[in-house]
Write a protein that binds this ligand. Structure first.
Ligand SMILES: [Zn+2]
Length: 301
């Protein structure tokens, strides 16, 4: 079997083929995400669908789409802020343009489905995936299928508020969030949030790539991991998953899963067991892979 997945992010569109029972990553291609018009944005995704068909030698292969930001309902209306797709039914419009159904899901949900299917959480019954990158997103998969969620949304834990106990303990700054509110977890846990926290706490503007190995960044980083644990603690209390899989660019920093596990430990509420914490197995390909798995499950033949 062969199927395709397309991960549509704010800056790049990545298409990849996935083959065999294990959905092993095959040939892939990247394009810049058109920023000037919705028509150009849609045309580029349609080109990516055709590229996958040509590569696979099968123009009818199942292709799924993973889209950043909230994605609503069957028509796949995007509610992502700061993109030309906002307010458009991307799923419906793309299906019209390529002449067939291209199932669409939120990119964090796709990430979670990928990691629950032959990935870091393979075999676990309840899996939550959390991505730490330009934003903070999450998805929930139960028994290998997308958890039923109102409107098909991901788990928007990034817009839960920072707790007063953490704010008071560390005298944290009041940061604005892209959603228009203040002190959302995403405002602290995104890459921009970590950079702000580093500046606020240490006065440094160091690159985030080497932050885990920079002793001068440690006062900011140890607080940041307490906030990470708070986001995971929310998931632990509300959903009690077996496994939480961590992904996104920031999860590449050395010691990420160990530090997250250590910070989460004091938040345990016996007898509720803490979930297993794992790093993503398919890394940056997991969004496209999850979209492909979703499309494979939704095919009608
Ligand atoms: Zn917010």
């Amino acid at each position: 079997m062969i199927c395709g997945g397309i991960d549509v992010g704010g800056t790049k569109i990545e298409a990849r083929l996935f083959e065999g029972e294990g959905f092993a990553p095959g040939a892939g291609q990247r394009w810049a995400t058109p920023q000037d018009s919705y028509e150009a944005f849609l045309a580029q995704i349609a080109d990516a669908v055709r590229w996958l068909g040509t590569q696979a030698g099968d123009t009818r292969l199942p292709v799924g789409l993973a889209l950043a930001g909230p994605v609503d309902g069957e028509g796949g209306v995007s509610h992502a802020v700061n993109t030309v797709a906002r307010g458009h039914s991307v799923g419906r419009d793309l299906s019209r343009q390529v002449g067939r159904h291209t199932p669409l899901i939120n990119d964090c949900v796709a990430f979670t489905l990928s990691e629950a299917t032959g990935g870091a959480a393979d075999g676990a019954r309840s899996v939550v995936g959390i991505t730490f990158g330009t934003g903070l997103g999450a998805g929930h998969v139960v028994d290998g299928a997308l958890a039923v969620r109102f409107g098909g949304h991901g788990a928007e834990i990034g817009h839960a508020g920072l707790s007063a106990r953490l704010r008071d303990r560390h005298d944290l700054p009041d940061l604005p969030c892209g959603c228009g509110r203040r002190m959302c977890l995403e405002a602290y846990l995104s890459a921009g949030g970590l950079a702000t926290l580093l500046r606020h706490r240490t006065g440094r503007n160091a690159p985030l790539e080497a932050i885990a190995d920079d002793p001068l960044a440690e006062p900011a980083l140890s607080i940041w991991f307490e906030i990470v644990a708070e986001a995971l603690g929310l998931v632990y209390l509300a959903l009690a998953p077996d496994v939480i899989v961590l992904g996104g660019g920031l999860s590449q920093m050395s010691g990420f899963s160990e530090r997250t596990r250590a910070a989460l430990s004091p938040l345990a509420l016996p007898p509720l067991p803490l979930p297993e914490i794992a790093l993503a197995r398919f890394g940056g390909a997991s969004g496209a892979r999850g979209a492909a798995i979703h499309a494979w499950g939704a095919r009608d033949d």
